[in-house]
Structures are given as C-alpha cells and as structure tokens.
Design a protein around this ligand. Structure first.
Ligand code: ADP
Ligand code: MG
Length: 348
C-alpha cells in the first residue's frame, strides 16, 4: 500500500502536533500556511508557503496530498470549498461556514436546543442602544476573533465613548454571565454513532487566553453528563468527521451554556497526549484518514499549563521530573501573549 499523504492547512502548534501524531502512524504530512517561519515546518514532512488565496500555491499543495484537514477554522470558506472540489477536505467546509461566524454558530447551537448566553446581532450604534438589556455585555466581532481579540467589554452605553468601534464590521453583543467555571469537551467522530469522547476538561483563562487545563474537571454529575451529551449532539448535527471541541460556561447557579465550537483539535486537549492511550491529535488523524477506531482510555489524571510569552525562557533551561512533559513550539520569536509551549504533568 502506498503511504497516505495528508495536507494540513495552518502551520502553528496544532499543525505540529497533528504532524507528529501522523508520523507515528506512517502518514506523511504536508503543511500549507502563509508564514515562512511556521513552527509546524519543524514537524511535518513537507510544506508549501503561500497566501490563503494564492491559487498557484494552493494547487501546488493540493497535488502533493491525498486529502486535507486544517488546524484553524478561519481559512476563507471559498478557498476550502474550491480545494474540496479537487481533494476531500475533512471536516467538511460547510461546517466551517457555520462556525466561522459567531452569529450563525450561536444560531445553530440554539437550533439544536442547546443553551448559549443571550446575544444579539449588532451592526450599528443604534442596535447597541436597542439591546441595552444585554448589558453588561461583551461585543465580539462576528468573524476572525480568537484569544479575546476583537472583543469589547461594555458595562453601559456610556462606555461606547471610550471605544472606537468600527461598524464596517459585524458584531454580536453577548450578555455577561456570572461565570463560575469553564470546561471543554473534546469528541472525535468517526461516523454515524461512532465516537471517542474525552471526559470534560476544566479550563482557566487569564486575559482571555487559556492558561490551565486539567482532568478530572471539578463539576457535578449532571454537568458532566449534559456537556458530553451536548458535544456529541453537536458533532452529530454537523455530521462531523474528526476531532471537535465544544467550550462551555458554567454559571454560579450551575447552568450550563455552550460558548463556542472549535472544528479542530484544541489547546485544552494537549494533555490527552500524555493522559490517554490515544491523543486528540491521533484520533483526528485516524478519523479523517479512515483508519481504525481504537477505544480511547484515560491512563492518568493530568494538568497542563500554557507557557505564554516570556514564560518559555525559564522552562527551556529547566530539568523535568518523569511525570512532566515539556513541549516547545519552536516559534522564532517570543512575543507577549503568544503561546510558546506547554507543560503537562500527569498524576502517577
Ligand atoms: P475567543 O474566540 O477569543 O476565545 P470567547 O468568546 O471564547 O472568545 O471569549 C474568551 C473568554 O472571555 C471566555 O473563555 C470567557 O472567559 C470570557 N467570556 C466570553 N464571553 C463571556 C460571557 N458572555 N460572560 C462571561 N465571560 C465571557
Ligand atoms: Mg474561546
């Protein structure tokens, strides 16, 4: 049998970890991304550097691979769709179309009868005035936001003076909830009624960036079950193939809300590399490449800390205990708020 060649769009740490998992399964990886210094170049077999709408470069990439997946959801939908006409893209680009936009994403979740925070579509200052019932709220751009980018915390209409909000963009205004805890559920769907489900992961954000993740999450049984049911239902409704992450909020009254869906492997699942027999990355590769599904089991409880910006310097010179696993993403430049690496500690 000839070796499968998997294309991965995006060259960040998620791409690196996907490429590493693929290598273990003897699957070749080719990364496509727009950054000449992409860290995933260090981990993949081959790469093509080009803009996400550079037709020539995209074609060069397409003809090197058998099928294609991605490590981030914000690739222009038209690009993904065109690629999909030539080589299969998994998960399906139609899913990206829903999830790339916070409004269609939240509308979809509500159509599944799953709770989200209250929200409204905002395209002018007038819309903000008429939705003041959602204050205090967070104004979020409908597209292209991550790690809290493109967000404004608005306590009252007075605050608008302080922000120079660009109404050429579209937004949603989301009511702020009394947040007790955040969790995520990662599911790999192989097809109809075939899943591998990781237990809920508890997440702590600092400055809207994920800082700590751990299993088990300190949550009650109802929330545990409901979060898994909802994540699985979302994967089914999307007819999803691959690994997906659903992020949840739990409020002080123990209400559960879906915050957002990541149609890809997720930062909170980095610990699965060391805590489980099969990581979220390996499961993703298995599902999209049509490989055997293996029952996924937890081996250890674990916690992960993201090493952001300068944090990495200390860890690069540290020695580690046998239950500590340090990952350096090998990014060229240390930048404030940039995810540079992570450390997972397993309980042995
Ligand atoms: P991003 O796409 O940048 O991750 P999120 O919508 O997940 O944006 O928001 C980032 C973080 O901000 C969340 O993980 C949470 O800590 C906080 N946050 C976002 N929306 C709300 C809300 N409606 N109520 C309370 N906290 C929120
Ligand atoms: Mg988020």
């Amino acid at each position: 049998m000839t070796q499968t060649s998997l294309g991965i769009i995006g060259g960040g740490q998620l791409g690196s970890m996907l490429a590493t998992a693929a290598k273990k399964m003897n699957i070749k990886t080719v990364i496509f991304c727009d950054d000449y210094n992409a860290p995933a170049k260090n981990f993949s077999d081959d790469f093509v550097i080009g803009n996400y709408n550079d037709k020539k470069k995209i074609n060069e990439f397409i003809y090197k691979v058998d099928l294609i997946t991605f490590e981030f959801e914000n690739i222009p939908y038209d690009t993904l769709n065109k690629i999909n006409e030539i080589k299969k893209v998994l998960p399906s680009p139609n899913i990206n179309k829903i999830i790339q936009n916070r409004l269609s994403e939240k509308d979809f979740i509500n159509r599944c009868n799953i709770s989200t925070t209250l929200y409204a579509y905002i395209k002018s200052e007038k819309d903000l005035n008429s939705n003041s019932n959602l204050l205090p709220g967070i104004l979020k751009t409908c597209t292209l936001g991550y790690d809290g980018k493109g967000q404004y915390k608005i306590d009252s209409l007075e605050d608008l003076k302080n922000f120079n909000i660009d109404f050429k963009k579209e937004y949603i205004l989301e009511k702020v909830i009394n947040l007790k805890k955040e969790i995520s559920v990662i599911v790999t769907r192989f097809g109809h009624q075939n899943y591998e489900i990781y237990e809920p992961i508890e997440n702590i954000h600092e400055d809207q960036i994920l800082k700590h993740s751990k299993i088990p999450a300190n949550i009650n049984k109802d929330i545990y079950n409901k979060s898994i049911t909802w994540a699985t239902l979302i994967a089914d409704e999307l007819d999803y193939i691959g690994t997906l992450c659903v992020e949840f909020f739990i409020d002080k009254n123990e209400n559960l809300f879906v915050n957002e869906i990541a149609p890809r492997v997720h930062n909170s699942g980095h610990l699965t590399i060391n805590s489980h027999n099969i990581s979220q990355f390996e499961n993703h590769i298995r599902a999209v490449c049509g490989q055997k599904q293996i029952e996924t089991k937890k081996l250890y409880n674990a916690k992960m800390i993201n090493l952001i910006g300068d944090d990495i310097s200390f860890y690069r010179n540290k020695t580690f205990k046998e239950n500590e696993f340090f990952y350096d993403y090998l990014k060229k430049e240390i930048k404030q708020k940039r995810k540079m690496g992570h450390l997972t500690t397993i309980e042995i």
